[in-house]
Design a protein around this ligand. Structure first.
Ligand code: F6P
Length: 544
C-alpha cells in the first residue's frame, strides 16, 4: 500500500478540492443538494450539504476509507480484536451497550454475561438508593450523590446528567474532579453527611486527584460524627482494580467492576455511569445504552456512503488534511447540551492527539484538530465573529433538538432561527456588492461606504454540519454520543494512529508525582531544569 499522502486517491482529492466552486454556487446549481446530502438514522438527522464537497469529493473520501480497510477495521473493533496495540487491549465499549443474547469475546471469553451482571448489580443498588431503602448511618435516606473521579471517570457522567436534567428523580448530584481543594470544599459545604453518598470512580484506582479527593471526603465524613463502620453505607467505588479498592478500605460489596477493554473516555456506559443511573433511574440509563446500541448497529451495517459516523469522520479528515483546518467547533443549540463540546473535546483530543502511526513512524500529515465550542446563541456574541470573518477555517457542527423541554413563547423559534441563520451565513457569506447595497439609503459618502463594505464582506464557504433530533431524550443522547465516538474512530483509522492509548497524559501523571515529592522534600529542588527548580522552590517558600 502506498504511503497515505502519496496514494492516487489522496492526490485526486487534492485536485478535486482545488477545483470546487464556492458552496453558494454549488447550492445555486443544484436544487437537490440538501436532498442528496442528508441522512436520518437512530433518531438523528445529519445535514452535511453545507460542506465543501461535490459528489466526486464524497466518492474520493469513501474510496480513501475503503483503501484504509475501514469496514474490516470496524469489525475488528466490535469483535474484540486487540486494536489498542500499545496497551495490548481490545476496545469494547460497544459491548457495554450490547444485548444480553450476544456473544462478544475478549481474551477468549464471552464478556456479555459480566456486563449484564454488573448492570443488574447497578439496577439493584439504584433501586435501593432511590426508594430510600439504602439509608445512611443515622437511618435517613440518601439525598445527595457526590461523584469523585477525573477524566473519563468524570466528564461523561457529569455531562450526561447535566444533559438529562428533565429526567432527574429526587436525588441531587455533585461532581468533584479537580485536586484543587476549592472544588471539594465548595461541594461539601452545603451537604449533610448523614444523607450523602460518595461514588468514587477510577478505572486504575491509582489516579492522584481521585484518591486525594476521596480521602478528603472520608475525613470530612468522619469529622461530621460518623465512624469507620459507617463508611460502607456512604462510599462505593467503580474500578477495574478491585484489589486496590479493597486495600484502600472500600467494602467489597460496594465495588462495581469495569474492565481493561473499556477506555476511560469511552466508559460512561459502564458502571462509571452509576451516578447517571442514580440520578435518572436505571430505565433511563438503559435507554441511553439502547440509543448507543442503535448507533453501533448503524455504524457496522450501513454502507459507507450512508453511514453517519463515516461521513462525519471523513469530512473531518477532509478539513484537517486538505484545508489545513486546525480546529473544529461544536455548537449546541440547547442549554442542556452546553457541556457536550467539552465532552467531545476529551473524547477526540485524547484519542486522536497523536503524531506516531500504529507502526511507530512519525506522521507527515495533520491528525486530530483542536475541538472546542459552546452553546448557542451565546457564542454568536463572541467567537462566531472569528468563524465568520477570521483567517482560520473552522468547520462547525450545529446540534439542536426540534422540541424544547421548556417550551416558552417564542424562545425555541428564536433559538432555531439563530441556529439555521448561522449555518446559512457561514455558507453564503456576504459579497462586497451586497454590503454596498445594504447601505443604499445611508447618508455616508461613497468612500466611507466602500470602506465599510470591505469590512462587512464575509467570504462565506465556511463548512458546517447540522444535526437535529426530535427531542433530547436518553436514547437520542446515547445515539449522539456514540456517533461522535465512532466519528473519532474513523479519523484514527485514516490517520493510521492508535486512538485508544494516551501516553501523553500518562507522562503528566508521572512527572506530577515526581514534582510532588520534591515539593515535600527536606531540601530545595536542584536536579531539574532551572525553571522547574525555581518554580518548586518559590512554591515551597510560599511567596513570589
Ligand atoms: O479512571 P482513572 O484510572 O482514575 O483515570 C482517570 C483518567 O486518567 C486518564 O488516564 C488520563 O487522563 C484518562 O484516560 C482516564 O479517564
Amino acid at each position: 500500500m502506498p504511503h497515505l499522502t502519496e496514494s492516487v486517491t489522496w492526490q485526486a482529492l487534492k485536485t478535486n478540492v482545488a477545483s470546487l466552486p464556492h458552496m453558494r454556487e454549488m447550492f445555486a446549481s443544484d436544487a437537490n443538494r440538501f436532498e442528496n446530502m442528508h441522512l436520518k438514522s437512530c433518531g438523528l438527522m445529519l445535514d452535511y450539504s453545507k460542506n465543501r464537497v461535490n459528489s466526486e469529493t464524497l466518492s474520493l473520501l469513501f474510496k480513501l476509507a475503503e483503501e484504509a480497510d475501514l469496514t474490516n477495521k470496524i469489525s475488528a473493533m466490535f469483535n474484540g480484536e486487540i486494536i489498542n496495540n500499545t496497551e495490548q487491549r481490545a476496545v469494547l465499549h460497544s459491548a457495554l451497550r450490547s444485548q444480553a443474547h450476544q456473544n462478544i469475546q475478549a481474551e477468549g471469553q464471552n464478556i456479555v454475561p459480566e456486563v449484564q451482571q454488573t448492570l443488574a448489580k447497578m439496577a439493584g443498588f439504584v433501586e435501593q438508593v432511590q426508594s430510600g431503602q439504602w439509608t445512611g448511618y443515622t437511618g435517613k435516606a440518601i439525598t445527595d450523590i457526590v461523584s469523585i473521579g477525573i477524566g473519563g471517570s468524570f466528564l461523561g457522567p457529569k455531562i450526561v446528567t447535566q444533559a438529562l436534567r428533565p429526567y432527574w428523580n429526587k436525588l441531587n448530584c455533585h461532581f468533584v474532579a479537580n485536586v484543587d481543594a476549592t472544588s471539594i470544599c465548595e461541594k461539601l459545604a452545603g451537604l449533610n453527611a448523614e444523607t450523602t453518598l460518595f461514588v468514587m470512580s477510577s478505572k486504575s484506582f491509582g489516579t492522584q486527584e481521585t484518591l486525594t479527593n476521596t480521602l478528603s471526603a472520608k475525613e470530612w465524613f468522619l469529622n461530621q460524627g460518623a465512624t469507620q463502620q459507617d463508611v460502607a453505607k456512604h462510599f462505593v467505588a467503580v474500578t477495574s482494580n478491585v484489589n486496590k479498592a479493597t486495600d484502600f478500605g472500600m467494602d467489597a460489596n460496594n465495588i462495581f467492576p469495569m474492565w481493561d477493554w473499556v477506555g476511560g473516555r469511552y466508559s460512561l456506559w459502564s458502571a462509571i455511569g452509576l451516578p447517571i443511573a442514580l440520578i435518572i433511574g436505571m430505565d433511563n440509563f438503559k435507554q441511553l445504552l439502547s440509543g448507543a446500541f442503535d448507533m453501533d448497529e448503524h455504524f457496522q451495517q450501513a454502507p459507507l456512503e450512508q453511514n453517519m459516523p463515516v461521513i462525519m469522520g471523513m469530512l473531518s479528515v477532509l478539513y484537517s488534511n486538505f484545508h489545513n483546518a486546525q480546529s473544529h467547533v461544536i455548537l449546541t443549540y440547547d442549554h442542556y447540551l452546553r457541556g457536550l463540546p467539552a465532552y467531545f473535546q476529551q473524547l477526540d483530543m485524547e484519542s486522536n492527539g497523536k503524531s506516531v502511526t500504529l507502526e511507530g513512524s512519525r506522521v507527515d500529515y495533520s491528525t486530530g484538530p483542536v475541538i472546542w465550542g459552546g452553546e448557542g446563541t451565546n457564542g454568536q456574541h463572541a467567537y462566531h465573529q472569528l468563524l465568520h470573518q477570521g483567517t482560520a477555517l473552522i468547520p462547525a457542527d450545529f446540534i439542536m433538538p426540534l422540541q424544547s423541554h421548556n417550551p416558552l413563547g417564542e424562545h425555541h423559534n428564536q433559538l432555531a432561527s439563530n441556529c439555521f441563520g448561522q449555518t446559512q451565513a457561514l455558507m453564503q457569506g456576504r459579497t462586497f456588492d451586497e454590503a454596498m447595497a445594504e447601505m443604499n439609503n445611508s447618508a455616508l459618502s461613497d468612500d466611507q461606504k466602500q470602506l465599510i463594505a470591505k469590512h462587512k464582506v464575509m467570504e462565506g464557504n465556511k463548512p458546517s454540519n447540522t444535526l437535529l433530533m426530535d427531542k433530547l431524550t436518553p436514547k437520542t443522547l446515547g445515539s449522539l454520543i456514540a456517533l461522535y465516538e465512532h466519528r473519532t474512530f474513523v479519523q484514527g483509522i485514516i490517520w493510521q494512529i492508535n486512538s485508544f492509548d494516551q501516553w501523553g497524559v500518562e507522562l503528566g501523571k508521572v512527572l506530577g508525582n515526581d514534582v510532588l515529592e520534591r515539593i515535600g522534600a527536606d531540601n530545595d529542588a536542584d536536579e531539574l531544569d532551572s525553571s522547574s527548580n525555581a518554580l518548586i522552590n518559590i512554591f515551597r517558600n510560599g511567596k513570589i
